[in-house]
Design a protein around this ligand. Sequence first.
Ligand SMILES: [Zn+2]
Length: 286
Amino acid sequence: MNSIPATASIDDLERALRGLFFRLRTPRLRSHLQRHLRVARQTEAFDECYARSRRRVIRRLFARRVDDRWHPRKRAHWNELLETSAPHSPPLDSPDFHCDAGLGGLAKLLRAAGYDAAFFPGIDDDRLLNITATTSAVLLTNDWRLSQRGVFQHGVVPCLHVPITMKKSEQLVFVAQQLQLERRATRCMSCGGRLDRVERESVRDRIPPRTYDWGVDIHRCDRCDKVFWEGGHWDRLSPMLAAMPLATTSLATTSLAGRSLEATSIARPVSQPPQQPSPPATIIEP
Ligand SMILES: [Zn+2]
């Protein structure tokens, strides 16, 4: 049986349960979702709550749908469906956002605002949907028809439709407002990796001599190894990021998956201690 790891958040649990009910086509059993999430919040026993919900759903479905008078092949089909219907729990280190083909500029701005955003130029809708469904990422799309698919409407995969008429800076403000995002330490705008401050001497052969002499802080991406320093580009970027409030909570360690519009009523767990707000990085331009 698939299970939710003990370190999963309430968002991971909610998403897994929504996925379970959706795949089993059991809308009437969704009332269990709220009850089990309430128990999970009280006890933090995510693993146990998920397993209990799954057992209950399967037992109900067996009672209602699998009949001894059915042909053995039909019974076997249902048994297999029920046994394999539980979704895999998403990896905990998946990106915060998946941006579809029309939102490459937004992906860069989200990285500058401290979020790990993957960008998929030229990908077809089904493949993008399948990739996103295996992670805890929120799908950002400006394709209205894609955002209307059942898997998004039922909250199985969190998705936000970004109006196609907006400029890049307006898209960032829109997403930040809709998902209540706060600004975190800047990530690599090329790939979304984390930026670590490094000694200038260690990258002397990779930066212009004048930049070395200026004594500015140098940062290196832990994913693609590019080096960055503050430049004129940052002056153009700063006003766009200024529209977002600075992070004051522990969002940096929690999943965004439950922050879809449909799931905004689900409260967050309070088990994680608050962290000091991290200042925005003073970066960027190679
Ligand atoms: Zn990078």
